[in-house]
Ligand binder design. Structure first.
Ligand SMILES: Cc1cc2nc3c(=O)[nH]c(=O)nc-3n(C[C@H](O)[C@H](O)[C@H](O)COP(=O)(O)OP(=O)(O)OC[C@H]3O[C@@H](n4cnc5c(N)ncnc54)[C@H](O)[C@@H]3O)c2cc1C
Length: 370
């Protein structure tokens, strides 16, 4: 069997690793001239680490990561407790996205990755799928895996009218930087602030710090991108207890600050045809306030590889995958919406840990039955 993977982001790369480990040939087509990732951090939870362990790269991922805890504080600095939830539902590992993607690309093997290879179309045939690239060439495979992110071309061809939509007023500002002189960050601080803001900072394994600022229902954006982040950071420190966040943002060169309008993929009635399947953000880009889109997406990759290995009947493997994943993500979306709608920092913290509890327990169940 031969799989063509459209997209060399985290989920496309993990898909290729999982397939190749099962003895299925997999070629990744990435539109960019290199496997890259914008300069930001990525929180990986235990379910994602379990996938990496199964693929034999768990220790390598932990080596580039740093353990962290998602415990929220209110705007005055008080840590919010969430009784009834063990530490494991707060713990994750923070990695630098670029380092993770380098590691994954290495595991796929550079010879199995085609760069400058934008997928623009496909034709399904009774025996397989012809995948068309922008340069006019085509590749033939048994299955096409659409791992091409929120703006997925594969999704738009498979399900016309399913374009990602802006999550109105929901934006994120982030960067990874070396802390400036006088700022020491030994542990992460994440705050649920006033005015629907949330953010903070987390140290990475190499001494740099990942800072992030999110806002729901953002009004008009005023000033430079950095000023916008600073205005929102002020809502997360009403008592002057947390000067480090402002200092980190101040020290970040303007051009290094990433600002994203958050995009959502509407719930889809189907993720597959007989020969084509969606994984990762292409299928389910969700609000990043749950910090788990990639963590959930790597589960798609492993489950799909397992199902494709179990049979020569690609269409029925894809159907089984879809039957598992669509209800799973409906639930993820419901819980994510509950988190987003939280009225107070206390509610946010409790709803958030309820989400991670579900993800870390239900996901294992799903995968073990894949
Ligand atoms: C602010 C923010 C913070 C987040 N924080 C976290 C976090 O802490 N933890 C977490 O788990 N998740 C987090 N997420 C979510 C996470 O970033 C995504 O879920 C994840 O990156 C999705 O991976 P992907 O491989 O599906 O898609 P992408 O990362 O979007 O990769 C898609 C790839 O496909 C390529 N491509 C696109 N179109 C084509 C084409 N036609 N042909 C070939 N190649 C193509 C692109 O160039 C890209 O390389 C966050 C998201 C945001 C916005």
């Amino acid at each position: 069997m031969r799989a063509i993977v459209a997209g060399g982001g985290i989920v496309g790369l993990v898909s290729a690793i999982a397939l190749r480990k099962q003895g299925i040939e997999a070629v990744v087509c990435e539109q960019a001239p290199e496997i890259r990732a914008a300069g930001a951090g990525l929180g990986l939870w235990a379910n994602a680490l379990a996938v990496f362990d199964e693929l034999g790269i768990g220790d390598d991922v932990r080596e580039i990561g740093r353990p962290a805890e998602m415990r929220f504080r209110g705007p005055a600095g008080q840590v919010i407790t969430t009784p009834g939830f063990d530490d494991e539902f707060h713990q994750y590992v923070l990695v630098h996205r670029a380092k993770l993607n380098d590691l994954l690309a290495e595991a796929v093997g550079q010879e199995n990755i085609r760069l400058n290879a934008r997928v623009v179309g496909f034709d399904e045939t009774p025996s397989g799928v012809d995948v068309h690239l922008e340069d006019g060439t085509a590749l033939t495979g048994d299955v096409l895996i659409g791992a091409d992110g929120a703006y997925s071309v594969i999704r738009s061809l498979l399900l016309p009218g399913s374009d990602a939509v802006e999550h109105e007023g929901h934006l994120a500002w982030r960067a990874v930087i070396a802390p400036p002189e006088g700022v020491t960050v030994e542990r992460g601080v994440i705050v649920v602030g006033h005015e629907r803001t949330r953010g903070g900072y987390v140290p990475t394994a190499d001494g740099t710090v990942y800072w992030l600022v999110n806002q729901f229902e953002s009004g008009e954006l005023i000033g430079s991108v950095k000023e916008q982040a600073l205005q929102r950071a002020a809502h997360m420190d009403t008592e002057g207890w947390n000067p480090a966040l402002q200092a980190l943002i101040e020290a970040t060169p303007e051009e290094v600050v990433l600002r994203n309008q958050i995009m959502l993929v509407p719930p889809l009635p189907s993720w597959t045809s007989d020969r084509v399947v969606l994984v990762g953000d292409a299928a389910h880009a969700m609000s990043p306030h749950i910090t788990a889109g990639a963590t959930l997406g790597v589960e798609d990759a492993l489950l799909l590889a397992r199902l494709l290995t179990a049979t020569d009947d690609v269409a029925s493997a894809l159907k089984l995958y879809e039957q598992d994943r669509i209800p799973h993500y409906r639930r993820a979306l419901e819980l994510s919406t509950v988190v987003e709608d939280s009225a107070t920092p206390e509610e946010f913290a409790l709803n958030y840990v309820s989400f991670t509890h579900w993800m870390l327990t239900d996901s294992h169940w799903t995968l073990s039955h894949g």
